[in-house]
Design a protein around this ligand. Structure first.
Ligand code: BG6
Length: 508
């Protein structure tokens, strides 16, 4: 990573959880690694009055609590704290933006930022404040004229709407005063090291890519599993959102794009996003008929996760006790294009599954002839042992890895099949800690590189696909299928995949 030129970072929503949990720790690490110049002021902006020092102390305590005493470098924090400031602002009051502008200019002079330094406004706020923020920036002339547009970049956090219509409305609000090139919609999955590696693995090696198509692939499974439930006050938000809006519409579909897209002609933002867009345009239900034939929803009941008792979703704090919100989604989808026609893609995500695990599992077709089946007996128990289909597994997190499963001959006098795997584990090969997604993404915004951010047309295409499913669920009189916390989702998800004779991977 290279360092950046002078940039001022304004975080709207500085008293929120995201600021102390992700943004300030990421900026602190960038400063420690000298990617963030001391000439870049970082200004927390929120409604409550607070001094710079109060804000610094608050952030220091939270970052320290997260990192633990032994990992927290107090000397490095003291250096970073010099560029950390606070500004009070009522986002909905356009008149206060003139004061904000003045204060920012003063701080920029104080840290010695160049006169042409760019500004980033990070909207870590609730979506209902986005329109006011954009209007306020416009009214105070903080949005530069068109020819200088790269001097202001606005970062927007999810949720980007709750369906196609509201996402389109949000795009209208943002584009009223901003150019598309100034808008950075964050999907933090794209900042993960292993997610970025999908494209390098596919297009930087010659051996796998020729096989990734309908001639060789039986099906692909994408899983984003979480053991967590509704931590803290999360239930309030989640009960208005659910697994489809929270994870499938964004993180899972982005993984699908990356594993299924064609190679871009250049490794640049426009070319990559154009190819991802083509995948979303080709996305179809995996089978015809009603939504229930290819998309199922589940909700967890009480159970055991990691041997600890877990509440039912409806008993969680701030969740409606009669809620029909889905905490699990599984889908069978297809891509109507030359490369993937006829190959099922199975997508699933859920809360309170047995473990945290994100992976893409690519299953190859069986060899044309089954030459190596043997009967093996252990006492009275006999089994037919055959070669199993090859699998290529991209483990996104945790225990980041890539594995290739294949059959081999078990040493001995007979032809007996033994499944084995070749594993590449990040931890064995790289001693450097993998950068946090937010570190990478913040640095990219500072550099003006939008490759890892979602464009408005991608966003709309994703919503266009999932909105009919959400509508069908909302108008249906049935409830989500139940699954006990600590299991891999409802049995209907197993039926969905077993129609193709495949099974979900359930790694230990
Ligand atoms: C967020 C969702 O976008 O992604 C959370 O809102 C989810 O509900 C999180 O837990 C998962 O991210 P990660 O990086 O922990 O896999």
């Amino acid at each position: 990573m290279t360092s950046t030129s002078d940039t001022t970072i304004l975080i709207f929503g500085a008293s929120g959880d995201l600021t102390s949990r992700k943004l300030i720790p990421a900026l602190f690490r960038l400063s420690q690694q000298q990617y963030l110049s001391p000439r870049c002021p970082v200004v927390g902006v929120a409604r409550r009055p607070k001094s710079h020092d109060e804000f610094r102390t608050e952030m220091r305590d939270k970052v320290k609590a997260r990192l633990g005493n032994d990992q927290f470098d107090a000397a490095a924090w003291d250096i970073f704290a010099k560029q950390l400031f606070y500004q009070q602002l009522d986002i909905t009051n356009a008149e206060e933006y003139a004061t904000l502008k003045e204060s920012v200019q003063t701080l920029e002079t104080q840290v010695g930022a160049g006169s042409d330094s760019a500004r980033i406004v990070y909207l870590a706020t609730t979506p209902d404040l986005i329109a006011s923020a954009v209007e306020g920036l416009h009214a105070s002339q903080m949005i530069p004229p068109r020819e200088l547009e790269s001097q202001l970049r606005v970062v927007v956090e999810k949720p980007f709407g709750r369906d196609l219509k509201s996402a389109q409305e949000l795009t209208v609000v943002l584009s009223r005063h901003l150019q598309e090139s100034q808008i950075y919609r964050i999907d933090h999955y794209l900042g993960k090291e292993t997610v970025q590696n999908i494209l390098l693995f596919r297009f930087g090696n010659a051996i796998f890519e020729p096989l990734l198509n309908r001639n060789h692939i039986d099906h692909i499974q994408i899983t984003v599993a979480e053991a967590l439930g509704m931590e803290g006050s999360r239930g309030g938000y989640y009960d208005t959102s659910g697994a489809m809006r929270d994870v499938l519409q964004n993180h899972v579909l982005q993984l699908l794009c990356l594993i299924a897209m064609d190679p871009p002609s250049l490794f640049q933002a426009r070319e990559i996003r154009d190819e991802k867009m083509k995948v979303l345009q080709a996305l179809r239900p995996g089978v015809s008929g009603p939504v229930g034939n290819w998309a199922i929803r589940g909700q967890y009941t009480a159970g055991l996760v990691d041997r600890q008792p877990a509440l039912a979703y409806r008993e969680e704090d701030r969740v409606n006790p009669n809620s029909n919100r889905e905490t699990f989604v599984a889908m069978r989808v297809a891509l109507d294009n030359w490369r993937w026609a006829g190959v099922p893609f199975f997508l699933r995500t859920g809360k309170r599954l047995p473990k945290q695990m994100t992976e893409i599992a690519i299953q190859f077709k069986n060899p044309p002839l089954n030459l190596f089946s043997t009967v093996e007996c252990d006492g009275d128990l006999c089994d037919l042992v055959e070669t199993r289909p090859n699998q290529l597994i991209l483990r996104i997190q945790p225990q980041e890895a890539i594995s290739l499963r294949f059959s081999t001959k078990r040493p001995g006098m007979n032809y007996q099949v033994q499944p084995v795997s070749m594993d590449f584990e990040y931890g064995d090969h790289f001693t450097t800690q993998l950068p946090e997604a937010y570190e990478r993404l913040l640095l990219d915004v500072m550099r003006g590189d939008s490759t890892l951010f979602t464009r408005s047309d991608e966003l709309e295409a994703a919503w266009r696909f999932v909105t009919p499913v959400l509508d069908a669920w909302e108008s249906s009189s049935s409830s989500p299928d139940l699954y006990p916390a600590g299991t891999w989702g409802p049995s209907s998800a197993d039926r969905l995949i077993s129609e193709t004779k495949a099974i979900w991977r359930a790694p230990r």
